[in-house]
Design a protein around this ligand. Structure first.
Ligand code: ITT
Length: 194
């Protein structure tokens, strides 16, 4: 199938394309000629992912999907979670977000955290959800230059490197986004059109 990926985040596009390969045809908003700032007004990843997909579906009437991702830190009661992009303010400044996270964890010995991705797919006007979780922990000082967002401070269980010290292929062996994408692919492989 041809699917529009309702995101303005190029890192997400690159990571998901590297999982999907040429199995399905993913069209970005840019490639579809759509220039909008998709709203994320809700307090769950599920509701925001649904809002993003519905916005694009209502605009185009084309099969599409979106994803919303949050970093859920145990000692911070699941924050920044759904607020991950704007943790330190509306500027969406990733360095400010990392600094705030490290500062808020200073007095905590429990560094456990997880990334959670929720994908919303709208196909033939029906809505489906897929989830991927990656458990890990937050380090005190950032390491690595690859990736995006909180990657320089997150080490997944099973590695001694941050996501920012990994290639996209290596990050994909662990990542929340890859697991959610695998679930999407499995669904589409079994999907009957018509
Ligand atoms: P959309 O256009 O898809 O909404 P976005 O960047 O606004 O893109 P989110 O609302 O899902 O995406 O924001 C989640 C934030 O969490 C994102 O800006 C990053 O700072 C962070 N994040 C998401 N996935 C991440 C990953 O794999 N590694 C590190 N940080 C990530």
């Amino acid at each position: 199938p041809i699917l529009i990926f309702a995101t303005n985040n190029q890192h997400k596009v690159t990571e998901i394309r590297s999982v999907i390969g040429d199995h399905f045809n993913i069209i970005t908003l840019k490639e579809a000629g759509i220039d909008i700032d998709i709203p994320e007004p809700h307090d769950t990843l599920e509701a925001n992912a649904q809002e993003k997909a519905e916005t694009i579906y209502n605009l185009t009437q084309q099969n599409c999907f979106s994803e919303d991702t949050g970093l859920e830190v145990a000692a911070l009661n699941g924050e920044p979670g759904v607020k991950s992009a704007r943790y330190a303010g509306d500027g969406r400044d990733f360095q400010a977000n990392i600094d705030k996270l490290i500062a808020n964890l200073t007095s905590h010995s429990n560094r456990n955290a997880r990334f959670r991705t929720v994908i919303t797919l709208i196909i033939n006007s029906k809505t489906y959800f897929f989830e991927g979780i990656c458990e890990g922990y937050i380090i005190e000082k950032q390491q690595g230059l690859q990736g995006f967002g909180y990657d320089p401070v997150f080490i997944p269980v099973g590695s001694d490197k941050t996501f920012a010290e990994m290639s996209i292929e290596e990050k994909n062996t662990f990542s929340h986004r890859r697991k959610a994408t695998d679930a999407l692919i499995a669904f589409l492989n079994n999907y009957t059109y018509g």
